[in-house]
Design a binder for this molecule. Structure first.
Ligand code: UD1
Length: 363
C-alpha cells in the first residue's frame, strides 16, 4: 500500500484537509498518516475543528506551539524530519500557506519525498506577508500543484512551472462548507442574542493590522462607527486579544454598546454566524472564499489579495483602511444594491474527489 502523509497545523488547514483525509480513507487504497504540527494549540483554534469537521484525530501531534516565524518553522522541521524518516511516505501533502505548510514542504524535499501542494499558485505579490513567502517557496519545490482557480494556474505557468505538474481541482474549503451547511445545528445566534440578518461580523488577525498600535486603534475606531448603525460581532483571534491588552485598547472597546466580543468560534458556529450575517469585514484569506460562495458581502481589510477571483466573480471588495469606501459600501449593502456573486468553477464540493482520482493515477 502506498503511504501518504498529510500535514496540518493551523485553523484553515484543518478545514481544507478534512474532506481530503476523509475521501482518501474512504477509498482504502492508501495508508494515510495525519500529522498535526501543533502550530495552533488552543482548544478553540484546533481541537474543536477536528470535532466539528468529523476529522479523525491526528496520528502524530508534534506540539510545536508559537514563537517567531523562524523558531516555529524550524521547530516543526526538526520534529517532522524524525517522523517522516520513520514513516517514509511515498507522498507528502501540504495545504495552504501557513508556516506548517512551508516547514512540511522543505523537510519532505530534503528527504527526497514527492510533495503535493494543495491551494498552489495563489499570489498577493506582497512579500511582506509571511504567507506569500510560504506560498512561493512551497510551490517552487512541489512536484504536484493542485489549484483552486484558473488564475492560480496562470501564476504558476508564468513562474515557469510545467503544465504537467498543475492540476485545477477546485476548492477543498468549499467542500467542507457544502458538507456542513445542510447539517448545521448551531445555536450560536441564540447564544450571542443575535437576530438573523441584523448584524455584521469582523475578524482581524493579520500582523500588519493588529501588531501596530495605530493600525489596531484605527480599525477599532471603524468598529465603533459601524456599531452605531448595525450590531458588530467580533470573534477575536488570540493574537489580536493579546495586542488589545498590550496596547490597553480593551477598555476602549468596552464603551461600544452594539458590539459582541467572543472567543474564536468553532467551525460549525462560525459558518452559522456567517450564513446569517448582513456582511463581513475581514483580513482572512479563506473567509473571502467562504463569503463569496455563500453570497455574503465581504469587505477585505487589506491592500491586496491572493484570491482576486473573489473580487471578479465573488462578493469581495478590497477596502484596506479606506473608511470612506467602507462606509459607502455598507450603505449599498444596507440598501440591497451591492454586487451579487457568480458561481465559481469547481467550487462545488467535489475537489477532494478530483484530487483523490489524480493521486490514484500518480502514485
Ligand atoms: C496563522 C497563519 C495565517 C492564518 C492564521 C489562521 C502563518 C504565517 N500564519 O496565523 O496565515 O490566516 O493562522 O488563524 O502561519 N495563538 C494562541 N493559541 C493558538 C494559536 C495561536 O494563543 O492556538 C497565539 C500565539 O500567541 C501565537 C499567535 O497567536 O504566537 C500567532 O499564532 P501563529 O500560528 O504564529 O499565527 P496566526 O496569527 O494564527
Amino acid at each position: 500500500m502506498k503511504k501518504i502523509a498529510i500535514i496540518v497545523g493551523a485553523r484553515p488547514n484543518f478545514v481544507k484537509a478534512s474532506p481530503l483525509v476523509k475521501q482518501l480513507k474512504k477509498i482504502k487504497i492508501f495508508d494515510i498518516l495525519l500529522i498535526h504540527t501543533g502550530q495552533h494549540y488552543d482548544s478553540n483554534m484546533s481541537k474543536i475543528f477536528f470535532k466539528d469537521l468529523g476529522l479523525p484525530a491526528p496520528d502524530v501531534f508534534l506540539g510545536i506551539g508559537g514563537g517567531t516565524h523562524t523558531e516555529q518553522t524550524a521547530k516543526i522541521m526538526i520534529e517532522l524530519e524524525k517522523k517522516l524518516t520513520n514513516y517514509s511516505p511515498d507522498l507528502v501533502v501540504v495545504v495552504g500557506d501557513v508556516n506548517s505548510t512551508l516547514a512540511g514542504a522543505i523537510v519532505s524535499k530534503k528527504l527526497n519525498i514527492k510533495l503535493a501542494h494543495i491551494e498552489a499558485g495563489l499570489r498577493s505579490r506582497d512579500m511582506t506577508m509571511p504567507e506569500e513567502v510560504n506560498r512561493i517557496v512551497t510551490d517552487a519545490i512541489s512536484d504536484y500543484l493542485f489549484t483552486t482557480c484558473k488564475d492560480a494556474d496562470d501564476n504558476l505557468l508564468q513562474e515557469g512551472h510545467s503544465r504537467k505538474k498543475i492540476f485545477f481541482v477546485g476548492n477543498l474549503m468549499i467542500d467542507s462548507l457544502i458538507e456542513n451547511i445542510s447539517k448545521n445545528k448551531s445555536d450560536i445566534l441564540k447564544k450571542l442574542k443575535l437576530k438573523s440578518n441584523e448584524y455584521c461580523i469582523i475578524t482581524l488577525h493579520r500582523p500588519s493590522n493588529v501588531d501596530d498600535s495605530n493600525n489596531l486603534k484605527k480599525y477599532l475606531e471603524l468598529v465603533n462607527s459601524i456599531q452605531k448603525k448595525i450590531t458588530v460581532v467580533f470573534p477575536i483571534h488570540p493574537r489580536t486579544l493579546k495586542m488589545l491588552k498590550t496596547y490597553q485598547l480593551d477598555e476602549y472597546i468596552k464603551t461600544f454598546k452594539n458590539f459582541v466580543l467572543t472567543e474564536p468560534l468553532g467551525y460549525i458556529d462560525f459558518i452559522k454566524l456567517l450564513l446569517e450575517c448582513k456582511f463581513i469585514l475581514t483580513d482572512s484569506g479563506g473567509i473571502q472564499e467562504e463569503a463569496s460562495y455563500l453570497k455574503i458581502p465581504c469587505l477585505t481589510l487589506r491592500k491586496n489579495t491572493e484570491r482576486p477571483i473573489t473580487i471578479t466573480e465573488g462578493t469581495n471588495t478590497l477596502v484596506g483602511d479606506n473608511f470612506k469606501l467602507i462606509n459607502s459600501i455598507i450603505k449599498q449593502i444596507l440598501n440591497n444594491n451591492y454586487k451579487k456573486s457568480k458561481n465559481i468553477k469547481y467550487w462545488d464540493g467535489k475537489a477532494a474527489l478530483r484530487i483523490s482520482n489524480i493521486l490514484k493515477k500518480l502514485l
